[in-house]
Design a protein around this ligand. Structure first.
Ligand code: NDP
Ligand code: OAA
Length: 364
């Protein structure tokens, strides 16, 4: 472990009005997404200008030198709210007393790797990290899983952390929500802040369902503003589902900056009250959900928060046949992924019967 105290909190300073320091653990901290995210966390734009933080960065032997470089850049940025940076390759050290765990590190799917193999390789990482969180993190730690396949990784993680409420685990689908808002705003010719109530249902994969039935533009149902049903059902839906892949084709790497922004949005949605009448999407554990989605998976659904880190599911959403059918498909995919990782969730022998078209947004 390498630790660097940025500075001691001095009671005489402006710091008197600050909140108590919180520990934020980040895995894959030497990766591309983290390289954008860490500086946003340290600047105060995520947890607020009165919230000092300690950043606990998880790497591996392979990335340790790079991680030292990341820590140097954080030090050199002189962020007043950043009081401590720790880097380590041991999750038990990094997750000690963590109030937030942002799990970004995962092996990317390369050529020739079967999705079932990826589920297994990354699942092992998330099983181990779940155990470490269970042992040493704050009992109320909030866990945001970004590393793909993020829904099933989040399920594996929570199943290995029985002392932490399953409700505290999230899989990041906020990037998908942001992508959907952008496309709706462009089509309607409005600024994106006029687009609200956007839900991404299901898996962070190409079966995800961007919901245009409940979404609103300038407070009106989308279908009253964009009267082109064919565009909504086909072009819009596919554009959002495959946005990640198109970006990889253009950039040669997956979304990193916009993913970091969406992680900030996802955290802020939990630590600030949701605007009246609106909601946000997050991949959360299905336990007593009001939509009839299968229980015991991590499924993206509409949530509201009082700003206390917790959330509740939104009840007043409507469904039609199109939406139900699409939701069923993404649910089936997640149930198949779950069967494929049974050996990692403590539910017996894995059976991999994944649908052939199962893909991450970044794969096409
Ligand atoms: N949910 C979402 O919306 C999105 C999710 N993602 C996912 O986020 C994850 C991170 O993306 P990004 O930061 O761009 O990726 P990078 O490749 O830049 O970084 C990933 C990090 O994962 C770590 N890692 C852990 N295990 C392995 C392994 N077996 N092989 C290689 N690397 C490993 C590496 O760190 P170390 O060596 O320190 O362990 C590496 O630094 C990916 O899984 C990606 O698919 C990306 C975009 C959107
Ligand atoms: O597949 C990837 O790594 C990229 C991804 O999730 C996305 O862009 O949504």
């Amino acid at each position: 472990m390498l630790s660097c105290i940025i500075s001691d909190v001095d009671e005489e300073e402006e710091t008197k009005s600050w909140k108590k320091l919180i520990n934020i653990a980040v895995s894959g901290a030497a990766g591309m997404i983290s390289n954008h995210l860490l500086f946003k966390l340290a600047s105060g734009e995520v947890f607020g200008p009165d919230q000092p933080i300690a950043l606990k960065l998880l790497g591996s032997e392979r990335s340790f030198q790079a991680l030292e470089g990341v820590a140097m850049e954080l030090e050199d940025s002189l962020f007043p709210l950043l009081r401590e940076v720790i880097i380590s390759i041991d999750p038990y050290e990094v997750f000690q007393d963590a109030e937030w765990a942002l799990l970004i590190g995962a092996k990317p799917r390369g050529p020739g790797i079967e999705r079932a193999a990826l589920l297994d390789i990354n699942g092992q990482i998330f099983a181990e990290q779940g155990k470490a969180l269970n042992a040493v993190a704050s009992r109320n730690v909030k866990v945001m899983v970004v590393g793909n396949p993020c829904n099933t990784n989040a399920l594996i993680c929570l199943k290995n952390a029985s002392n932490i409420p399953a409700k505290n685990f999230h899989a990041l689908t906020r990037l998908d929500e942001n992508r959907a808002k952008c496309q709706l705003a462009l089509k309607a010719g409005v600024f994106y802040d006029q687009v609200s109530n956007v839900t991404i249902w299901g898996n962070h994969s190409t079966t995800q369902v961007p919901d245009f039935l409940n979404a609103r533009i300038n407070g009106l149902p989308v279908k009253e503003v964009i009267k082109d049903a064919k565009w909504l059902e086909e072009e819009f839906t596919e554009k959002v589902q495959k946005r990640g892949g198109v970006l990889i084709q253009k950039w040669g790497r997956s979304s990193a900056a916009s993913t970091a922004v969406s992680i900030v949005d996802a955290i802020r949605s939990l630590v600030t009250p949701t605007p009246e009448g609106d909601w946000f999407s997050s991949g959360v554990y299905t336990s007593g959900n009001p939509y009839g989605v299968a229980e015991d998976i991590v499924f993206s659904m509409p949530c509201r928060s009082k700003g206390d880190g917790d959330y509740e599911l939104v009840k007043d959403v409507i469904f039609d046949d199109y939406l139900r059918k699409r939701i069923k498909k993404t649910e089936e995919e997640l149930l198949a992924e779950k069967r494929c990782v049974a050996h990692l969730t403590g539910e017996g022998i894995a059976v991999c019967d994944l649908p052939e078209d199962t893909m991450l947004p970044g794969e096409m």
